[in-house]
Design a protein around this ligand. Structure first.
Ligand SMILES: N[C@@H](CCC(=O)N[C@@H](CS)C(=O)NCC(=O)O)C(=O)O
Length: 211
């Protein structure tokens, strides 16, 4: 059995955790969860992630953790030789926390409102409004990342980190993709550079573009 097991599905937030597993060169199994049959809500999977959401990771001792950013940050710290996160007492750590948490708690939930509006209202007639509002909110939220990347080359300036991998993951969710590429040129440039890394290239094979 591999050291880690990652629970995944195409186009969900298992992409960054998998890219980081690749970056830190550990062995891992991929366990696909079938969203179509709602396997994420099955008794067996709820024991792994009681939220019934992907991704989740089984650690070396078989215990599960959930939350994509938590998984990424844990792995980056656990394998410091990969250089994916500034050390806890380094100055860059402040901005590392800032960007990881901004993306995980502000940008990502806006995508959740966009793609799963029905989860945020008891009234089905609200869903279109929730989706529209999320589409509007995504623009200034991505703009903040785009502005921060004006000098670049990475979110932490000269230093590549797990933040850049996490950001690249979220760019594949933007709908429609062309509008995104045109509007957020700095994010697009950085994400293209991240997508060239062998780790991300491999992880992206699990997340083919939608037709
Ligand atoms: N904050 C969580 C959010 C996880 C999440 O929303 N996962 C979505 C896919 S991106 C999911 O599993 N959706 C399935 C469902 O809604 O049942 C994380 O970052 O892991």
């Amino acid at each position: 059995m591999a050291t880690y097991t990652l629970f995944w599905h195409p186009r969900v937030s298992s992409l960054a955790p998998q890219a980081v597993l690749e970056e830190v060169s550990v062995d891992y199994d991929m366990r696909r969860i079938d969203l179509e049959s709602r396997e994420q809500k099955s008794e067996a999977y709820l024991r792994i992630n009681p939220n019934g959401l992907l991704p989740a990771l089984l650690l070396e001792d078989g215990s599960p953790i959930f939350e994509s950013a938590g998984i990424v940050m844990y792995l980056a710290d656990h394998y410091p030789e990969a250089g994916l996160a500034p050390g806890v007492s380094e100055r860059d750590r402040a901005h590392y926390y800032q960007w990881m948490l901004y993306m995980a708690t502000t940008v990502y939930p806006t995508f959740s409102h966009y793609y799963r509006p029905h989860d945020f209202t008891a009234d089905p007639t609200d869903t279109q409004k929730i989706k529209q509002r999320a589409a509007q909110d995504l623009i200034p939220r991505w703009q903040i990342l785009d502005d921060a990347l004006a000098d670049g080359p990475w979110l932490l300036g000269e230093r590549f980190s797990a933040c850049d991998i996490y950001m690249q993951m979220m760019t594949i969710w933007y709908d429609p993709p062309q509008a995104f590429l045109e509007r957020f040129k700095n994010v697009t440039r950085v994400s293209a550079a991240v997508a060239e890394r062998p780790s991300v290239k491999k992880a992206m094979t699990y997340h083919p573009p939608l037709n």
